[in-house]
Design a protein around this ligand. Structure first.
Ligand code: ADP
Length: 613
């Protein structure tokens, strides 16, 4: 069995030796380069009389004078060096003028220039090598203050977040409440022999308030909050992470009671035994964390709270009793939770009287606490941009559309034909969504490019959805097909714009067949049906089954296509009216869409429908 605890300091000697070797090698290379450059720069030596002779022959282009040393450049580019008789050039002013007359350029340079450059370069080079060696040494030994500790400590005063600031996670709050009593009076618990968990693992998707919850425990108990992120511990150099873990716990021990919070625990706590590059470093760090967790007494007053959204990949050693043996799920908030979260964040801005936060909570299914906090902030920014001092319902609507559909790209230049195509495409989606029973209600249709899409048809469920019925999924496929069909029927064209719709429809159909058991193939899970070249195709299903899966997927998509085609063909006038309206106003909300469909379906438009087909 692999030893669980490694003696980390044993590993110091290797990186240290590597640093010293690297610095010595760099210094040697620098020296060799210097000597070689000096040797290479030395031109061949000739007699002084040759200079005079060559100057007479007119083959000398330039003479560089450095004291008595003259470097001669010939007209053919050849460079030679000669030494003049002592003080010949300075004592003989006629020499310079004579040379100039013969067309020779004279360049007099100070004596020390060359050597000053060379020695300057070597001193700089050596200083650089020295600094490089020192830095490497200090990084590998974790002795650079800025790198050493990335722990952020919030002191008692700063940690003023309380349970009142956290909403929508009532069960999780209940679970951690007893910690507050323990942290306030650790002695009371040990007196009756109670055992409080050393480590609590908060499990949940990003932005659901795990950090906030941990902070609020510290705030309620009025103890310091030490924050570190798992990714801070994962470094290139072996040993740095482990030294940071040591320092974090050393910091913690200085306080009578405190909370250590480790965000993204999975970054450091992945199962050991992988073959990745940073594997050795991570293993050392994880071992150090385990050692430290075991190293303090249960009733010392230190509680470690960690957060992750991947508990499945954590090393089992982390989850053993005495370590992170209590898991608390922090899930996405439901509609009531969302309303409470919105209320908490709305307190920070000035909200207009027309704003109904319950309505907004209903229209933001699946939003996490962080997304809701961001929604209020974005709405406040929209209000400021419109020179208003209160946030109105329209600001929140705009902020929600931005969060749901992406940022408007008004600057994107579309040709008129592209706009028309987009208007019909979106109208096709919208009409099928409006008329198909079982589909989510429409929220908005727009042909203003948003995010990566040229136009968007947005539906919003009435309540929170946790499961989907077969009817709902089939309706979803039909709605996705609506765009392509509208283009085909009205513009007699196909465009690449339907690519992502087709991909999503196929994906839904494939999951219906392979995961949800909603086809003639029965309630079985079929693995990697979509990945024909995948390694586990054989393990998942046979060649013949794969073919049947493909047939079923095709059948589901084509059925959706046919449903959508019939709806659009029966309501051509409504699609046309919607597209024309979109080309003028660019966005239609749910009420406007209903009005357009109702008006276009009125009997007097019947003749128009016939004529346009
Ligand atoms: P996580 O740690 O789960 O990724 P955070 O705690 O960092 O999420 O949440 C980020 C921000 O989102 C918080 O500072 C807070 O403003 C807001 N937030 C998230 N969840 C909640 C919640 N349940 N109640 C109130 N605010 C929340």
């Amino acid at each position: 069995m692999r030893p669980e605890f490694d003696v980390v300091s044993r590993k110091w000697s290797r990186p240290r030796a590597i640093c010293i070797a690297a610095a010595v090698a760099a210094a040697l290379v620098l020296l060799v380069l210097f000597v070689r450059s000096r040797a290479a720069a030395e031109p061949p030596r000739v007699a002084f009389s040759e200079l005079l002779r060559d100057a007479d022959r007119g083959v000398v282009a330039e003479v560089v004078v450095k004291g008595d040393q003259l470097d001669i450049t010939h007209t053919d580019g050849r460079i030679v060096r000669t030494i003049a008789p002592s003080n010949y050039v300075t004592a003989n002013p006629a020499f310079v003028s004579e040379m100039a007359k013969k067309g020779v350029r004279i360049d007099v340079r100070p004596l020390s220039e060359a050597s000053a450059y060379s020695y300057g370069a070597i001193v700089l080079g050596l200083a650089f090598v020295g600094m490089l060696g020192l830095t490497l040494y200090r990084v590998t030994t974790g002795r650079i203050p800025a790198l050493e500790s990335k722990t952020r400590t919030a002191d008692r005063e700063a940690s003023n977040v309380t349970f009142a600031d956290v909403a929508g996670v009532d069960e999780a709050k209940e679970e951690v409440k007893e910690l507050v009593d323990f942290l306030r009076e650790p002695g009371r618990f040990s007196a009756i022999g109670g055992r409080i968990p050393k480590g609590i693992l908060l499990v949940g998707p990003p932005g659901t308030g795990k950090t906030l919850l941990a902070r609020s425990i510290a705030g309620e108990a009025r103890v310091p909050f030490l924050f570190a992120s798992g990714s801070d511990f994962v470094e290139m150099y072996a040993g740095v992470g482990a030294s940071r873990v040591r320092r974090l716990f050393k910091d913690a021990r200085r306080h009578a009671a405190c909370i250590i919070f480790i965000d993204e625990l999975d970054a450091v706590g992945r199962s050991r035994g992988g073959a990745s590059l940073s594997h050795e470093e991570r293993e050392q760090t994880l071992n150090q964390l385990l050692v430290e967790m075991d190293g303090f007494a249960p009733n010392q007053g230190i509680v470690i709270v960690a957060a992750t959204n991947r508990p499945d990949i954590l090393d089992p050693a982390l989850l053993r009793p005495g370590r992170f043996d209590r898991q608390v799920t922090v899930g996405a908030p439901d509609v009531r939770g969302r309303e409470q979260i919105l209320r908490i964040h709305a307190r920070k801005v000035s909200i207009g009287s027309d704003v109904d936060l319950r309505q907004i909570a209903r229209g933001t299914p699946g939003f996490s606490g962080a997304e809701l906090a961001n929604l209020i902030n974005e709405a406040a920014l929209f209000a400021v941009r419109s020179n208003r001092s209160t946030v109105e319902a329209s600001d929140l609507d705009q902020a929600r559309d931005k969060a749901l559909m992406g940022v408007e790209r008004k600057s994107l230049q579309m040709t008129e034909h592209e706009r028309v195509t987009c208007a019909y495409h979106e109208s096709g989606h919208a009409l099928v969504a409006a008329l198909l029973p079982g589909a989510d209600p429409l929220h908005k249709v727009t042909i203003i490019p948003r995010g990566r899409a040229l136009g968007v048809t947005m539906q919003l469920p009435e309540g929170d959805r946790h499961t989907h019925t077969r009817d709902f999924l089939e309706a979803q496929i039909a709605i996705l097909m609506g765009g392509r069909i509208a283009e085909e029927l009205f513009l007699r064209q196909m465009t690449s714009g339907a690519g992502s719709d087709i991909e999503r429809a196929t994906d839904i159909a494939r999951r219906m067949v392979c995961e949800f058991g909603m086809s003639a193939l029965g309630p079985l899970a079929y693995r990697s049906a979509g990945n024909a070249s995948g390694p586990d195709r054989g393990a998942g299903m046979s060649e013949a089954t794969a073919e049947r899966v493909d047939d079923e997927v095709r059948e589901l998509v084509m059925r959706g296509y046919e449903t959508a085609r019939q709806i659009i063909a029966r309501n051509r006038a409504a699609v046309r009216a919607m597209a024309e309206e979109l080309l003028v106003v660019e966005s239609l909300d749910a009420d406007a869409i209903k009005a357009v469909i109702a008006q276009a379906s009125a009997p007097r438009h019947g003749a128009d429908v016939q004529a346009s087909e």
